[in-house]
Design a protein around this ligand. Structure first.
Ligand SMILES: [Zn+2]
Ligand SMILES: [Zn+2]
Ligand SMILES: [Zn+2]
Ligand SMILES: [Zn+2]
Length: 323
């Protein structure tokens, strides 16, 4: 089996000419109301459409254009603004420049309460409709919400669906892409004693029609410098549970193995790392496994991903036959 040598790269080094592509999501309400084509209803439905749209516009903060939630404020002249913007405008109405005061706009808050709106990820497939005030809560957890870029160690703000993010990882972050459910990687670092925190290049595996991210990094766990390897699943947590993976490091006739369930990329790489949900190798042990004079880290990590057999009749993949 071939092994890949992955040289340590500080995340800042690989990020310099990154173009940030934002996935444009439709959040416009007007798109979410479709005319049902019934000519008898068309006048009524377009009237409803128009009034809902303008109420929605009323609920849009004129300063930041976000939807407003209680407390909604207004100036003496009736110009509204959201509570976040209110703290930023130094008591001046951004619309008429008059003193803002401290007036709640209860009428608008009540109007908002009476609205029912589709989830903003409707265009991505979410069929749910919510009262205005519970919409936000749902959207934070909506299964159709886009994923954040799983690339570690950068403040990459790219979001999108999985195929979009796979392309983004390949083209913008230049990550290593591999097909197959077994791997054999060698992580290399000269002068490992000097490194407190390092993140190696992410590797993406494509198997079972899914994508998995293999992370490897060095950090300080308490007083001990450690290396950690773990796998994340590019998809939701429920789906992640259908898969398992193993990681193994060793040398000199000793080995450490880890077996676990990949974490969804909904959990940030930092969160997974901080929960220690992966293979953790003390630096001394890693250097012992590296052989030589302990001056260089040369850690071979082998691993395998398999699908858990949920339904024996379902034709699930038999682990030993996958490669
Ligand atoms: Zn605002
Ligand atoms: Zn005003
Ligand atoms: Zn939704
Ligand atoms: Zn990214």
């Amino acid at each position: 089996m071939e092994s890949d040598s992955i040289d340590c790269m500080a995340s800042s080094d690989v990020m310099d000419d990154d173009e940030i592509h934002h996935h444009q999501l439709s959040s416009s309400l007007s798109k979410t109301h479709s005319n049902n084509g019934n000519s008898n209803n068309s006048t009524l439905s377009s009237a409803v459409h128009a009034s809902t749209t303008s109420v929605h516009e009323l609920l849009e903060c004129p300063v930041c254009t976000n939807s407003m939630y209680p407390p909604i404020h207004q100036c003496h002249n009736g110009h509204t603004l959201c509570s976040t913007c209110k703290t930023r405008v130094h008591n001046r109405c951004p619309t008429c420049r008059q003193e803002l005061g401290d007036i709640r706009c209860l009428a608008l808050e009540k109007v908002a309460e009476s609205l029912e709106l589709p989830c903003k990820y409707m265009s991505l497939g979410c069929p749910e409709i919510f009262p205005y005030y519970s919409k936000l809560k749902h959207e934070a957890l909506c299964n159709f919400r886009p994923y954040s870029c799983p690339y570690a160690g950068s403040e990459c703000a790219v979001v999108g669906d999985i195929p979009f993010l796979v392309t983004h990882l390949r083209d913008d972050h230049k990550v290593d892409m591999h097909s197959g459910c077994t791997f054999n990687h060698r992580y290399v670092k000269s002068n490992p004693q000097e490194v407190e925190n390092a993140i190696w290049m992410l590797t993406v595996f494509h198997c079972f029609g899914q994508y998995f991210c293999l992370h490897f990094e060095a950090f300080q766990l308490g007083v001990a410098p450690v290396y950690m390897a773990f796998l994340r699943f590019m998809g939701d947590e429920i789906e992640a549970r259908n898969y398992s993976y193993s990681l193994e490091v060793g040398g000199n006739g000793r080995k450490l193995t880890w077996e676990g369930t990949p974490r969804s990329i909904r959990d940030s790489h930092r969160k997974v790392r901080d929960s220690h949900d992966g293979l953790i190798i003390q630096r001394n042990m890693a250097l012992f496994f590296s052989g030589g004079d302990r001056k260089e880290l040369k850690l071979r990590v082998t691993g395998r991903i398999w699908k858990e057999q949920q339904n024996p009749e379902g034709g699930a993949c038999i682990p030993n036959l996958c490669s």
